[in-house]
Structures are given as structure tokens and as C-alpha cells.
Design a protein around this ligand. Structure first.
Ligand SMILES: Nc1ncnc2c1ncn2[C@@H]1O[C@H](COP(=O)(O)OP(=O)(O)OP(=O)(O)O)[C@@H](O)[C@H]1O
Ligand SMILES: [Mg+2]
Length: 237
């Protein structure tokens, strides 16, 4: 029997940045859970803490206080080597500016993480094809990024993120540079991947028109998830 295992458990996460004598509290007591096969949108204004939260979930940054578990193991206690392993095999990243290498084809861009991990040619080819098929771009496999539309480039970036068959995709404003049709297509793709592949997706966005496509919406304001901010207020009142 498989039990529902939590992918991410964030418990009372605080993050401060010090600039000179000034301290910026980017996250102020965030609690969050991500389950397998869940699509969560994190919405909030510029500077509210979305990127900081994603970076901490990815183990790219350590919280000032709090615990962050990935598949029930504490990310803050892992060595750089263990974190690299997790980032390579279990987490896929998608960014606002697609981050494709301009001289490589869609196929080669997608394949790159497998080369880095030393996967053999035959398996690389199969998995790269599978990833490009999932995002609907196998027919464009030979195209270089400049021969693709913005929406297509972002789909290649998503293929690259899923080619390692991660359990979690972290996406930071993946639709920020896209028009509304393409933005909806990208969120539609996330929704479909969650349903068909059982991947989990956590995506930051400013775009409130996309929120209906996620299973759950977390609104962050000044480093706090909104329901918690409300709870806190009720508690104080
Ligand atoms: N490396 C850093 N050093 C100092 N302050 C930082 C750093 N990273 C983020 N901050 C501050 O932390 C707060 C949260 O930033 P964050 O980048 O998480 O916001 P965001 O919600 O992703 O915003 P945006 O929508 O503009 O991307 C901001 O006040 C920001 O200035
Ligand atoms: Mg950001």
C-alpha cells in the first residue's frame, strides 16, 4: 500500500536578509505542504516573498529559522552534495526568462540535464523525446530557440525541467514574458502534467487570471501566507 507522502513540508519558515544595518524580513512564518500530484499557485505582489520561498523549497537558500523537509528529510541539514543530487534528480526548475542555450536545438537544450547526469545516449534520446512529446514540441525538436515563439521556448524549458523525471517542478513567474494565450497554455500544461504524470507543481505568478487552473492558491503578502495573516489577526484581536 502506498501512503500519501508529503513532498514538501515547510514549518514556520522565516527568512531575513541583512543589507548593512538594515534587516529585511522576506518571509515571516510560512507553513506550507505540497503533496504528490498537486498544482499550487503562489500569488503575491512584487517583493512579497515568492522567489525567496521557492528558493528555500529548492534548497538553494537556507531559511533563517524554521524547518523545510523534502520527502521528509530536512534540507537545511543536508550537505551541498546531497542538495545537488536532489536538485538534479527530484526537482525541475522553470524561470521567467526561459534560460535556453541559443546555439543548441530544442532537443539538445532538453537533453542537457541528462548529459550532466551521465545518462547513456540511448536512454537520453528516449527520455528527451518523451519530454518534448509531453509539451507538444517533438515536431520542433531541431529548432533553435530563436526559431521558436516565446510560448514554445517556455515549453522547451518545461521539457528540460521534466526530462530528469522529477517529482516536483518549481516555476518562478514562468508566464511573465508571455501573452495571455501562451500564459494559459503553460498553466494548462502544468495542470495536465500533474494529472497525467503525477508530478507536483508549485508556480509563482502575478497573474490572477491563471489562478483558477491550480488545485490550490496560496496568497503571500509581506512574507506571510494570507490565511495565516488573517488567523494571526484574529488571534490578536
Ligand atoms: N538576496 C537578497 N538580499 C537582500 N534582500 C533580498 C534578497 N532577495 C530578496 N530580497 C528582498 O526580500 C523581499 C522578497 O523578495 P522576493 O524576491 O522573494 O519577492 P517576489 O515576491 O519574488 O517579487 P517579484 O514578484 O518582484 O519577483 C523583497 O523585499 C526583496 O527586496
Ligand atoms: Mg520573484
Amino acid at each position: 500500500m502506498s501512503r500519501v507522502k508529503r513532498l514538501i513540508t515547510a514549518v514556520d519558515i522565516w527568512k531575513s536578509f541583512k543589507i548593512g544595518s538594515e534587516e529585511i524580513k522576506a518571509l515571516r512564518g510560512v507553513n506550507m505542504q505540497v503533496f504528490p500530484g498537486q498544482f499550487i499557485a503562489v500569488v503575491g505582489r512584487s517583493g512579497s516573498g515568492k522567489t525567496t520561498l521557492l528558493n528555500i523549497m529548492a534548497g538553494l537558500d537556507k531559511p533563517t529559522a524554521g524547518t523545510i523537509l523534502f520527502e521528509e528529510e530536512d534540507l537545511t541539514e543536508m550537505s551541498e552534495k546531497q542538495l545537488t543530487e536532489i536538485r538534479r534528480h527530484k526537482i525541475g526548475f522553470v524561470f521567467q526568462s526561459f534560460g535556453l542555450l541559443p546555439l543548441l536545438s530544442a532537443f539538445e537544450n532538453t537533453e542537457l540535464p541528462l548529459r550532466i547526469s551521465g545518462v547513456r545516449a540511448r536512454e537520453r534520446e528516449e527520455r528527451t523525446r518523451e519530454a518534448l512529446e509531453i509539451v507538444g514540441l517533438w515536431p520542433r525538436a531541431k529548432h533553435r530557440p530563436y526559431e521558436l515563439s516565446g510560448g514554445e521556448q517556455q515549453r522547451v524549458a518545461i521539457a528540460r525541467a521534466i526530462v530528469s523525471r522529477p517529482s516536483l517542478i518549481l516555476a518562478d513567474e514562468p508566464t511573465g514574458e508571455l501573452d495571455s494565450n501562451n500564459a494559459h497554455a503553460i498553466f494548462g500544461l502544468f495542470k495536465e502534467m500533474v494529472r497525467k504524470q503525477g508530478i507536483s507543481v508549485v508556480s509563482a505568478t502575478h497573474d490572477s487570471t491563471l489562478l483558477g487552473m491550480a488545485d490550490e492558491v496560496k496568497e503571500i503578502r509581506d512574507g506571510q501566507l494570507l490565511d495565516e495573516a488573517k488567523l494571526g489577526r484574529r488571534y490578536r484581536d
